[in-house]
Design a protein around this ligand. Structure first.
Ligand SMILES: [Zn+2]
Length: 206
């Protein structure tokens, strides 16, 4: 399997495919992002496989398709960045306890309608949407858009939160809804260190 190492730089901590898609950009909690793993169509496909949105054979088929149609691949990539901006706006607004604009929600509706227009209903323990028949270059975006709509329509909105230490968003699935960090190993630990250093400084000067 071809691996684009950069894509795995972002840990999958969102608890939802759409939130993990937003988390392909990293940086401080406010202000512009300072890192982005989505740098082209091959990275979009690699991220889809990494995040579980695509099987490896599907990713391979998309790689071949993109080589045959570079213009179409570029258009799908440009669209993926627009969708990521839209999802970022929607979920960051919801995390702040506010309502997204009607225009961004209308675009999300159109993207969901397009995603379902390429989907198939498959029977498992329940029926679910799959995109196994979809052989278009926008294939990686379909489950991302659908996961976003699922979370907005069936999730608990007060569980959608922003990390206290970085710009990552996550769905807080903890029992008492007390999760504050994208990951304890990363932002949680740096916060603990910061508090420890501050407390020691207070003791030293006090
Ligand atoms: Zn964080």
């Amino acid at each position: 399997m071809e691996t684009l190492a950069g894509v795995t730089r972002m840990r999958l901590v969102g608890g939802n495919l759409a939130l993990d898609f937003i988390n392909t950009r990293a940086g401080p909690p406010v202000g512009p992002p300072d890192d982005d793993v989505l740098t082209g169509y091959p990275e979009l496909v690699a991220w889809g496989a990494y995040a579980g949105a695509l099987s490896e054979p599907e990713a391979e088929a998309l790689r071949r398709l993109s080589l045959d149609d570079p213009g179409g691949a570029h258009a799908a990539f440009t669209r993926s960045l627009r969708i990521r901006d839209d999802l970022d706006e929607v979920f960051r607004t919801v995390a702040a306890g506010q309502s997204p604009s009607t225009s961004v929600l209308a675009r999300l509706r159109d993207d969901e309608a397009d995603a379902l227009g390429h989907a198939r209903l498959d029977r498992g323990s329940t029926f679910r949407w799959t995109w196994q028949d979809d052989q278009t270059l926008a294939r990686p975006l379909r489950p991302v858009v659908h996961a976003a709509v699922q979370l907005l329509t069936t999730g608990a909105l007060d569980r959608i939160k922003g990390c206290g230490g970085c710009r990552f968003l996550f769905n807080d699935e903890s029992k008492n809804r007390s999760r504050r960090w994208c990951s304890m190993d990363d932002c949680g630990t740096s916060e603990k260190i910061r508090r420890y250093v501050a407390a020691r400084r207070t003791r030293a000067t006090g």
